[in-house]
Write a protein that binds this ligand. Structure first.
Ligand SMILES: C[S@@+](CC[C@H](N)C(=O)[O-])C[C@H]1O[C@@H](n2cnc3c(N)ncnc32)[C@H](O)[C@@H]1O
Length: 242
């Protein structure tokens, strides 16, 4: 079971700064304990490296291993003496021997979990869990997993917003319409978590939530009108449960 990959055209908008605005200072603050310490970080789905480059500039003692399965986005990376690029699937992280070696102090899953999709909803959720387990296998005992995700916040109890977005975005029938509305993932899909579900899945993999920082509504206007849910970009910091 491997994730469906987007075309280079669909991946182009990902060469962007997704931690612009208030997110970066909040994240930097959440990582302040690591300032001045020697850190080995793994950026899973790090793409064109905009985020990794910000980390390298902010933290002079960090080494960042950036893993992504898109040769197209990897080729857009700037060269940095403390950055290592790996072309691999997130699903392969735990493999021994595999593309990744050793353990990490901090592992980032920034806006990548919702892109881990197959043609089926249940299988996609399992894949997300497998990647979380794989990341956990590469984390040092005192390490942290930092997740930035777009989390669906339902306005009606138990409204399955994440499922609805997955079905609409992965539908091949609706792909043309969704593309016209600006969805670069049309026909492949994205699988978001509803609020609480990320904590739950990380809890199931032996993690405790250390910090949670939600940011403003990022739902496009046409979906906001439905008034059934909104989306918050959220930073979550997880530590292995003692
Ligand atoms: C929305 S972009 C986020 C990029 C970067 N993390 C950031 O926050 O700026 C999603 C990234 O996940 C990568 N990706 C998607 N599925 C992947 C997989 N199975 N294995 C590795 N990378 C994957 C994409 O190529 C893309 O670079």
């Amino acid at each position: 079971m491997q994730s469906v990959q987007l075309s280079d055209e669909a991946l182009t908008p990902f060469n962007d700064d997704f931690t612009a605005g208030p997110i970066w200072p909040a994240l930097r603050d959440a990582l302040a304990a690591y300032d001045g310490t020697s850190v080995r970080a793994l950026d899973i789905g790090g793409g064109a490296g905009v985020f990794a480059d910000k980390l390298l500039e902010a933290f002079a003692c960090w080494q960042v291993v950036l893993l992504d399965n898109s040769p197209f986005l990897l080729s857009s990376n700037t060269v940095h003496p403390r950055k290592t690029l790996l072309q691999a699937n997130a699903e392969q992280i735990a493999a021994e021997p595999g593309p990744v070696a050793g353990q990490f102090d901090v592992i980032f899953l920034n806006l990548v979990l919702h892109h881990l999709v197959t043609r089926w909803h249940g299988q996609s959720r399992k894949l997300q869990g497998r990647v979380i387990a794989a990341a956990a296998s590469r984390l040092k005992p005192q390490g942290r997993i930092v997740v930035i995700e777009q989390v669906c916040v339902p306005h009606v109890p138990r409204f399955p917003a994440g499922r609805l977005v997955y079905e609409a975005s992965s539908s091949r029938l609706l792909a043309r319409v969704a593309k016209r509305m600006g969805a670069n993932t049309a026909g492949v899909g994205v699988l978001f978590f509803n609020t609480g579900e990320l904590e739950q899945i990380f809890g199931d993999h032996g993690f405790a939530l250390e910090r949670k920082l939600p940011f403003a509504d990022t739902l496009p206007g046409y979906l906001r009108k439905l008034n059934l849910f909104h989306i918050e970009r959220t930073i979550l910091v997880f530590r292995p449960r003692a």
